[in-house]
Design a protein around this ligand. Structure first.
Ligand code: ATP
Ligand code: MG
Length: 252
């Protein structure tokens, strides 16, 4: 089943007439972890915002299941690189933002938000403010907020790039766990990353974009159960394939 389908999505900013993307098509299926890589400024963050329904494409369309996305949908959630927490709200209140469009009582929201913080290892930190937390803990709050609405699709924009490697490793396995666990709503992840090793470690499919106006240069399917052995020849071969696809663009 296709969760997210991009059909010839093109985009230009009306104010600058800058053409950012040209006819991008790909599919994220149920159960799939999709990574998007591409040169800086090629439009990856803009593409995620289009998928989230925050901005419309200039042409083409994006489907969620079989429905065209024309506005934000709580079944599609965003995780940001800079966490995007509100510093004047406590952690539990930040997570509750993810529940603002659900019809449950305020008490039930408190309970669910606390349970989510607990699930992400932040029990006891409910009433702290985000500034009291490390970067990794802040991103756990960000992820808890994103999954509060029981989304089916998680969109992540370089979510681990500002974290130390050990923290990033632990959060990556949390995301894979959610994707692979049938009792958790998340069943498709689309993640933008600059980290090619991270893409090979996590993705079922890597979309390599060209410089802007960006188009899909290559789609590389990655096989193998996670966690994957980073020292294997196969792993290195996948990394080489992605680097080669990225590099070709720079030479042109
Ligand atoms: N509001 C805007 N108006 C006009 N141009 C914009 C606007 N926002 C972004 N851009 C331009 O659109 C292009 C794509 O930006 P975007 O942030 O999507 O790229 P990106 O691939 O995510 O980059 P990075 O890898 O640095 O995160 C950039 O050249 C940027 O300068
Ligand atoms: Mg970006």
């Amino acid at each position: 089943m296709n969760m997210i389908t991009l059909e010839k999505v093109s985009f230009l900013f009306e104010n600058t007439k800058l053409e950012i993307m040209d006819s991008i098509s790909f599919v994220a299926r149920k159960g799939e972890f999709v990574c998007i890589v591409g040169p800086s400024g090629c439009g990856k963050s803009t593409l995620l915002r289009i998928i989230a329904g925050l901005i419309p494409p200039s042409s083409g369309r994006v489907l969620f299941a079989n429905h065209e996305i024309t506005e934000p949908n709580r079944k599609i959630s965003f995780v940001f690189q800079d966490f995007a927490l509100l510093p004047w709200l406590t952690n539990v209140e930040n997570v509750k933002i993810g529940l603002s469009r659900s019809d449950i009582s305020d008490e039930a929201k408190d309970k669910k938000a606390s349970e989510l913080l607990d699930r992400f290892g932040l029990s006891g930190f409910e009433d702290y403010y985000p500034n009291a937390l490390s970067g990794g803990m802040k991103q756990r709050v960000g992820i808890a907020r994103s999954v509060a609405s029981d989304p089916q699709v998680l969109l992540m924009d370089e979510p681990f790039s500002s974290l130390d490697e050990l923290t990033a490793t632990s959060l990556r396995s949390d995301i894979v766990y959610m994707l692979e666990n049938k009792n958790i709503s998340v069943n498709s992840v689309i993640m933008v990353t600059h980290n090619v090793e991270e893409a090979v470690e996590l993705a079922d499919k890597v979309i390599v974009l060209s410089d802007k106006p960006s188009h899909v240069k290559k789609i590389i399917n990655i096989s193998g159960e996670r966690p994957r052995d980073k020292r294997s020849g196969q792993f290195a071969a996948y990394m080489d394939e992605i680097y080669a696809a990225l590099a070709k663009d720079i030479e042109q």
